[in-house]
Design a protein around this ligand. Structure first.
Ligand code: CP3
Length: 388
């Protein structure tokens, strides 16, 4: 069950002070947690390395099933609404102290096993000069959609100098988080392309699919540019100290497997390959991706995110050996009474009991009207129920 995946160790590992990482038990995913901090001060961070979250991602034994929630930062937390007062969403993503505070809030309140960096999937696009905004209740809106070859010129490569606030915020965060790992993230090429082409959120992705099927060369150049931007953005977060990364291909479930394999997977694989040398766990998530789970693992993920439509034991069969799974409570269940939430959570844990590695999460992001106390209770429940 617990076979090695035998990844090669990156050259950067040399001199890593955590001797333990070189031991056989840690060899599956060479961990370089936090050695790239901007201070240049390598920290051992054995505690982070040995956290339940990173152990589960590496498919090692855990003291309890680790829990975090997609979209745990922000949303309905009163302390979030307070610090965000009068600050537009995208501006809040460029202020290191504010990013740090918002990222820490759910860690303090819910005692989750990992923090997720407060940002948005469109932040790197904004950083290279794309004119866009995040409209409350709507989502990202692009001023001039990308639809022609000439439009591609606006998608220039991203460098660390485009996002100095990310490096600074991740540095502040890893110092404050102590043993709790920080998850960096980015939007996957398909999901970003869908916003750029449609100009905003879409249910049908008609223009996106029209380009994909009708102008496959233009499509492939577009997703390649996005792969480079996304890969560079993840690298900034890892180099600054993120201990894991998640690639959100939220809307990939709109595609049939053959189309995903042909038009999307090569670009997403390039993103994962960029992160591979660092040895941090790479998580791959999308909604309604039951038919794509195997391919999403194959794209280069160490952990595959699963929504609530496929039970975790069935998901494990679809993904195959050598990967951990993350998921998969329906976020709408949190609106039901406590007993119902706990029964559903217990069923998910039961389905996960034979997995090589399991990170408990929702099947999609926390919904804005969710009672924060329901989330705190859920963390406690999972921890108590799975304590070894
Ligand atoms: C598709 C997508 C987006 N953004 C993201 C995704 C992928 C995850 C998913 O599938 O849900 C990812 C994201 N966006 C945000 C985070 C923060 C970290 C976290 O808590 O997980 C993360 C991980 C902050 C945010 N991103 C957004 C907010 C709300 C901003 C506000 O209220 O001002 C936050 C806190 C806005 C946003 N940005 C986006 C949407 C659809 C929305 C919601 C619009 C709305 O309902 O108001 C694009």
């Amino acid at each position: 069950m617990r076979g090695r995946v035998g990844r090669t160790r990156p050259a950067r590992r040399e001199g890593h002070p955590c001797g333990a990482c070189l031991s056989a038990t840690h060899a599956k995913i060479p961990d370089v947690s936090n050695q790239h901090r901007p201070t240049g001060q390598p920290t051992t961070n054995t505690a982070t390395h040995d956290s339940a979250f990173l152990r589960a991602c590496r498919r090692e034994e855990v003291p309890h099933t680790p829990v975090w929630f997609m979209r745990q930062a922000g949303r309905s937390l009163p302390e979030y609404l307070k610090v965000r007062e009068g600050v537009p969403m995208l501006e809040s993503c460029t202020r290191p102290e504010l990013i740090t505070e918002i990222t820490m809030q759910p860690v303090r309140r819910h005692k989750v096993d990992a923090a997720v960096y407060f940002s948005d999937i469109v932040v790197p696009l904004r950083a290279i000069g794309i004119d866009l905004d995040i409209k409350p209740g709507v989502g990202p809106v692009i001023a001039d959609p990308v639809r022609t070859r000439a439009d591609l010129d606006r998608l220039r490569p991203l460098t660390p100098d485009d996002v100095p606030y990310v490096t600074e915020a991740v540095g502040l965060l890893t110092a404050e988080l102590g043993a709790t790992p920080l998850i960096g993230f980015a939007g996957a090429p398909f999901t970003l392309a869908s916003y750029l082409i449609e100009g905003g959120p879409s249910r049908t992705y008609e223009r996106t699919k029209a380009m994909m099927y009708g102008e496959p060369d233009l499509w492939s150049d577009l997703v390649d540019r996005l792969a480079a931007i996304t890969g560079a953005f993840l690298k900034v977060q890892i180099e600054a100290g993120a201990s894991a990364v998640q690639l959100f291909d939220s809307w990939a479930g709109a595609l049939a497997p053959d189309d995903y394999r042909r038009y999307v997977m090569p670009a997403s694989s390039k993103v994962f390959a960029e992160a591979a040398p660092y040895g941090v766990p790479r998580i791959h998530f999308g909604v309604g991706t039951g038919e794509l789970l195997g391919l999403m693992g194959e794209a280069g993920a160490d952990v595959v995110g699963v929504d609530w439509r496929v039970p975790l034991d069935e998901a494990a069969r679809r993904v195959g050996p050598g990967k951990a799974l993350q998921g998969n409570l329906d976020p709408a269940v949190l609106f039901a009474p406590r007993e119902a939430v706990e029964a559903k959570a217990a069923a998910a844990l039961e389905a996960a009991s034979g997995l090589e590695g399991h990170v408990f999460n929702l099947g999609h992001g926390v919904m804005p009207a969710t009672d924060p106390d329901a989330l705190t209770r859920l963390v406690e429940f999972v921890h108590e129920r799975t304590a070894r």
